[in-house]
Design a protein. Structure first.
Length: 192
């Protein structure tokens, strides 16, 4: 199966200060979005494995878009999401965000194999989605628990799926809730 990309978007947020205190390095968060035709819209299909396999190409496309928008910075955290139009099922969105989708992200961004936070839902065009983000190298780096809120005015149409990848160059500005520090990561998932 080849998934047809109908349109794409890139969003960039730059934040230099939080609560009146500037960060040493600005926080840049980006979202890359592709909108595809849902090949299973309006019908139940038991085997979603062709869609799962095809999602690897979407992962490669989105990580290329997002990394370009994040430049000159490198990604420290990421998150993924999908909105499926009302003629589809939430399961269609989830099929696009499995390990097949995630491995090209990990390959392109380097680092560990930490869990990648995600969110999916059935929605009409313009629905807000909160994309959770965490450190790409170690799940328990609290400073990197963050997210982006997006609304796509014209997506998804009932027979479409919007697939989203978010990246950030650092953790939250002025993070101070403790836990594992990004600059102290070692070994598998940040632990010795």
């Amino acid at each position: 199966m080849k998934l047809k990309i109908k349109r794409s978007y890139t969003f960039v947020e730059n934040r230099g200060a939080e609560a009146g205190k500037a960060g040493a390095v600005p926080l840049r968060k980006v979202a890359a979005v592709v909108v595809i035709d849902n090949p299973y819209a309006g019908r139940y299909v038991k085997d979603l494995s062709p869609m799962i396999k095809a999602s690897a190409a979407l992962g490669r496309e989105l990580v290329t878009m997002a990394a370009a928008a994040l430049a000159p910075y490198k990604a420290q955290s990421l998150g993924k999401a999908a909105l499926v139009g009302i003629a589809g099922e939430q399961e269609h969105a989830n099929a696009l965000l499995t390990t097949a989708f995630a491995e090209p992200l990990r390959d392109a961004l380097g680092g560990g194999k930490a869990w990648i936070s995600s969110m999916t839902k059935v929605a009409m065009a313009g629905t807000l989605i909160d994309v959770p983000m965490n450190c790409k190298d170690a799940l328990y780096v609290r400073s990197h628990y963050d997210g982006m809120t997006l609304a796509l005015p014209d997506a998804p149409m009932p027979d479409e799926i919007a697939v989203i990848l978010c990246l950030a160059n650092r953790g939250r500005l002025n993070a101070r809730v403790g836990g594992l520090a990004y600059d102290k990561l070692k070994g598998e998932n940040g632990l010795v």
